[in-house]
Each structure stands twice: as structure tokens, then as C-alpha cells.
Write a new protein. Sequence first.
Length: 281
Amino acid sequence: MDFELLLVIATFASGLIWLIDRLIFRPRRRADLAAEARQLGGGDIEGKSIKDHEPLLVDYAKSFFPILLVVLLIRSFLFEPFRIPSGSMMPTLLVGDFILVNKFDYGLRLPILNTKIVPIGEPQRGDVAVFRYPRQPEIDYIKRIIGLPGDTVRVDDQRLWVNGEEVSLETVGRFQGDLNQLHAGLALGLETLPGGNGPHYLLMDTQRRMGTGQWLVPEGHYFAMGDNRNYSNDSRFWGFVPESNLVGKAVMIWLHWNWQDGGFDAGRIGRAIDTIETESK
């Protein structure tokens, strides 16, 4: 089951149990204890005696509801954690990176429905964004925003144009690879998108052609590509990202652990994604 749906159900159920008990059953228990106390000639019916007669389910609901509500609010409207499962965003993000996604920057959305209720901002060219894969919305993808609504994006092998302007691309060395040396030795490029949020690194397999294509980004949509350009399933192959599919902007790595090779890298913890540094040789 989808975690977000499970969290909403658990929060709603625990809150409802607590509310029904507070409004209906707790007064009845109090009245029953008061009647029992009168029959026994008086006694303490407050505090502990009421608590002792509280059902275990209600006790759990009262304990977990505030925690679940806080987690739901933070996860739905502020930050949500994600794990990077593939190498399509190398060298910016490696397999095993755990990241935080800012859900506030792109507007507040209702959980589950993903309907925007408070428009705050829109993606900028160069943002690393998480979105629901258009062909399978239950799957989250992470890519870099290359084209904004109305942009014309052209790709010719390793070269990229946005609105007729060739994107600056400089080869700066060779990628040393991650902990298990995937993609080690690929060309390391430094790309600067026009009007973007600064230069970023990408990987290029010069022995593997990317093909040629040109796209006009429709209104309400975005064109997204991975930084590992020759090994990314992105807008070049399945089309545009609808605005309604946006989840948020990736902002920080809070942990790196790749259990496939037992790799823990403390040096990546706390890195801001828009200022990621990489190594070349």
C-alpha cells in the first residue's frame, strides 16, 4: 500500500477514535464511575480512575494521533524523504543517497490527491525535481528540469539547445565512479543552462550516441532529463511532466547508504544538491 495513503488513514482513524471516545464514551465512563462511587459512599472518580477504565485502543489512539498528525503535515507540506534507486542522476546523486525534497517551493498540495491548494512558486530551469512518472503515477522519478512551459528543447547527441541557444558544455575530466565504480571513466561535463540556477555536472558516454530530437514544451508541462545523459529514461523517451505530477524540489542529502555494496559515505551527509561537488581525474 502507498505509504502516504497509509499515513492518512492511520492519522484519520486514530483521530476519529480519540474524538468519538472524548465526545461519547468518556462521559459515559465518568457517569458510571460517579454512580459506582456514590454506591460505595464516595471516592476519587477523577484522573487515574478514569484513565484505568480507558480502553487500550483509545489509549493507543491518543498517544499516536499527535505524532501521526505532525508527520503527515511535515511530509505533505514541507519536506519528504526519498531514496535514490538508480544512477540516472549521477554524478549529482548516487545510488543510495537519501534526500530531502522541499514540497513548499512548488505550492502546497493535498496529500494523495496531489491537488495544489496554495500556489507559491514554480520550478526553475536547472532544478532537480521529484515528480510522479506520467506513465505510472505510483512511481516517483527524479530528474533535472531542462525545459519550462513554452520552451523549445533540442538534443543532438551530447549537445543541447534551449530556445535556440546552445547550452554551455565543457568537458572537465573523467568520472572516478561511486563506491562500486559504476560508470567510472565516463567523461565528466560541466553544463550551464540559460537562465538556470548555476552550472552542474553531468556524465557523458562519448561511445554511445544520444540521438537527435526537438520538442516544444506545452503549457503546464516540463521537460526533464537525467544528469547521466546516456543512461537516463526521461522526457526524450516518454514526453513531458505535467505540472500536476510535481512532488517537490530536491534540496539536500541527509544520508548515503548503498546496501548493495555495504557502502556508507559520511562525506555526502548534509550536502546541498544545487551545490554538489564531484571528483574527476
